[in-house]
Design a protein around this ligand. Structure first.
Ligand code: SAJ
Length: 402
C-alpha cells in the first residue's frame, strides 16, 4: 500500500464513483463515498447497491463489511479527493458544469496542504484549471504547490466496469508537472493498465475525442443502414462483407446512440469550436435523427393493420444493461405511444417495472404481435430465431435476429 495515499473521498456515487470507491475499498484504502442522495448513502452503508453492474454488489458488500467503505452526505478530510459527478449539457448543448462546481465547493473546506484532487468526470477542455483549480484557489488553497489537481478521465464501459477500471490504460493530466506526477503515482497503485502522463487540457480532450470518434463511426454505420434500406440491401450482410477488408472496421447500426457519454461528449468539443467541428456536429445529428427514421418505418408498417399489436423488444440504451438513460429505444416507444400507432407490448428483461409502460414477457409479446420491433440486442432477444416470428413483420434495428 502506498503510504502517501491512505484515505480517499469519492464525490458522486453513480456508475463511475461507486465502482471506483468500492474497488479502492477492496485494495485497502479507507474510502468515504459522498452523495447528495440520502437513499444512495443509506443503500451503500447497508452494503447494497442502487445500480446494476456485474459483480458490483459483491465488491460493495465486501468493502463495506470490511469497514473500508462508508457513505455520507458530507465529505471529510482525506489524502485524495476524486470527483465523479455528472456533466450533462443544457438545452443549447452547452456543457453544464454546475455539478463539478458544487462538488469542488463541497470538498474545498476539507482540503489541506499535501492533498491531491482528481477530476474524473468527463469535462470540456479547461475545466480542471478554470473550474476545479480556480474554486480551490478562491477558497484560499495554494493550488499547484500545496494542493495538487489533475484530470483523469474514466474510460470504463458499462457492463464491464469492474474489469476495465483495473485493466484499462489511464490518461492523467495535471495542472502542473507535480500534480501529474502525484496523480499518476496514485493510479499506478491500483491500476494494472499503463498510466500515461500528459497535461490537464490534453487529458480532457483525449476523453472527448475517444467518444466523438465512436460517435462519428456509429453515425457512418447508421447512415449506411438508411441508404442500404432504401436500396434493398441487407446492411448487416454488407458490413460483414466490407469488414473482411483488412483496413475496414465498420461499427454496428442501431436505433440511435444512447447513454450519458457518446451522445453528450462530442457537444463539448463542438461548443468549443463550432465553426470547425463540422463532421462532429453532422455525426451527432445523424445519430439523433435515427430514432425518427425507425418511428417512420414502424408507422408505415402499422398502417397496414386495423389495430396493430406492436412488440417493442428492449428499452435499455444498449445490450445487457439496465440503464435507460438517453435511450433511443425509450424515445421510440414513447413517441409510438404518443402517436397511438398501435397497441404496444413492451419487453425489457433487465428491469422489474417501468413507470410509463407495463412490461410483458418475451413469449407474451411474440405471441400477440403483428409487428416485432427489436430495439436492443439483449441476449434474450438474440436467442430468437426467424422461425419464432413466422408471419410477423420484423423490424430489427440491430440486426440481432438472423
Ligand atoms: N452503439 C451502436 N453501434 C455500435 C456501438 C454502439 O449503435 O457499433 C450504440 C449503443 O447501442 C449505445 C451507444 O452507441 O446506444 C453507446 O454505447 P457504447 O457501448 O459504444 O458506449 P458507452 O456509452 O456504454 O460507453 C462509452 C465508452 N467509450 C468508448 O468506447 C470510446 C466507454 O469506454 C466510456 O468510458 C463511456 O462511453 C463514458 O463514460 O464516456
Amino acid at each position: 500500500m502506498n503510504k502517501e495515499f491512505n484515505t480517499i473521498c469519492v464525490v458522486g456515487l453513480g456508475y463511475i464513483g461507486l465502482p471506483t470507491a468500492s474497488l479502492l475499498g477492496t485494495k485497502g484504502f479507507e474510502v468515504l463515498g459522498v452523495d447528495v442522495s440520502q437513499n444512495v448513502v443509506d443503500t451503500i452503508n447497508a452494503g447494497k447497491i442502487h445500480i446494476v453492474e456485474p459483480d458490483l454488489d459483491i465488491l460493495v458488500k465486501s468493502s463495506v463489511n470490511a469497514g473500508y467503505l462508508t457513505a455520507s452526505l458530507t465529505p471529510r478530510e482525506a489524502d485524495v479527493f476524486i470527483l465523479a459527478v455528472p456533466t450533462p449539457f443544457c438545452d443549447d448543448h452547452q456543457p453544464d458544469l454546475s455539478y463539478i462546481e458544487n462538488a469542488t465547493r463541497m470538498i474545498a473546506p476539507y482540503v489541506k496542504p499535501g492533498n491531491l484532487v482528481i477530476l474524473e468526470s468527463t469535462s470540456p477542455v479547461g475545466t480542471t484549471e478554470h473550474t476545479v483549480a480556480r474554486i480551490l484557489r478562491e477558497s484560499g488553497h495554494d493550488v499547484g504547490k500545496d494542493v495538487h489537481v489533475a484530470h483523469c478521465p474514466e474510460r470504463v464501459l458499462p457492463g464491464r466496469i469492474l474489469i476495465e477500471l483495473v485493466e484499462n490504460d489511464r490518461i492523467v493530466g495535471g495542472i502542473n508537472a507535480r500534480s501529474t506526477e502525484k496523480a499518476a503515482s496514485f493510479y499506478r497503485s491500483f491500476v494494472r493498465g499503463e498510466v500515461l502522463e500528459t497535461n490537464a487540457a490534453t487529458a480532457e480532450m483525449a476523453k472527448l475525442t475517444e467518444n466523438a470518434f465512436r460517435d462519428v463511426n456509429i453515425a457512418f454505420a447508421n447512415e449506411m443502414s438508411i441508404i442500404c434500406d432504401n436500396l434493398g440491401i441487407d446492411t448487416w450482410d454488407l458490413i460483414n462483407l466490407a469488414n473482411r477488408h483488412p483496413r475496414v472496421n465498420i461499427l454496428q447500426p442501431g436505433p440511435g446512440v444512447g447513454g450519458h457519454c457518446i451522445a453528450v461528449d462530442p457537444w463539448f468539443i463542438i461548443a468549443s469550436d463550432r465553426e470547425n467541428a463540422r463532421l462532429l456536429e453532422t455525426a451527432r445529428l445523424v445519430n439523433d435523427n435515427k430514432p425518427q427514421w425507425v418511428i417512420d418505418k414502424v408507422k408505415a408498417k402499422a398502417a397496414k393493420f386495423k389495430n396493430p399489436q406492436i412488440a417493442c423488444l428492449g428499452l435499455a440504451f444498449k445490450a445487457d444493461v439496465d440503464d435507460l438513460r438517453e435511450s433511443p429505444a425509450v424515445k421510440i416507444v414513447r413517441q409510438l405511444q404518443k402517436e397511438a400507432v398501435g397497441e404496444l407490448l413492451v419487453c425489457e428483461p433487465n428491469i422489474q417495472k417501468h413507470p410509463d409502460f407495463p412490461l410483458h414477457s418475451i413469449s407474451d409479446c411474440i405471441e400477440k404481435a403483428d409487428i416485432v420491433l427489436l430495439l436492443v440486442d439483449h441476449r434474450e432477444f438474440k436467442a430468437l430465431k426467424p422461425a419464432d416470428l413466422n408471419e410477423k413483420i420484423l423490424i430489427d434495428t440491430r440486426g440481432a435476429i438472423r
